[in-house]
Design a protein. Structure first.
Length: 151
């Protein structure tokens, strides 16, 4: 009887590249764990065992490892506790202060007003107006949302 081994689909170069990727991923995890906004238990924790807030922060850490010039947050605090919300808001401010363009999409008006420097309000799929920080209040947002002019 002759036993024939299947050829390994990974050549030595590919295997070395995968090994480097693993080291790079570990380095990114360690860097994220040292950030002031991260308060997870351990970088060895499995993602499925983390709380909702720490899962959100894990996702952010993955994206931040790529050193983006723009970050889009879509409902970033939905379903997480108030402490994790504060950390995510703090991170958004740190990113903005570092020159990263931060775009937040949220249906929570209080969140939008409390966090934003500038808000684009839509009505029927079109931007009906842009409010700067000094114009930003519930009344102006609602006026623009129904197609009227802000005061």
């Amino acid at each position: 009887m002759i036993v024939q081994r299947k050829k390994d689909p990974l050549d030595a170069g590919a295997r070395a590249q995968l090994h480097r990727f693993g080291r790079k991923r570990e380095r990114h995890c360690r860097n994220a764990a040292q950030q002031p906004w991260y308060q997870g238990s351990s970088i060895a924790s499995r993602a499925g065992t983390l709380s909702g807030g720490n899962k959100q922060k894990l996702v952010l850490a993955k994206w931040l490892a790529m050193q983006p010039k723009i970050m889009i947050f879509d409902e970033p605090t939905r379903g997480i506790d108030i402490g994790a919300k504060a950390e995510i808001y703090r991170l958004m401010h740190v990113l903005a202060d570092a020159g990263v363009a931060v775009l937040m999409i949220s249906s929570d008006m209080e969140e939008v007003i409390g966090v934003s420097d500038r808000v684009a309000v839509c009505n029927e799929g079109q931007i009906s107006g842009i409010l700067m920080k000094d114009q930003l209040d519930q009344e102006n947002v609602l006026l623009l949302a129904v197609g009227k002019s802000a005061r």
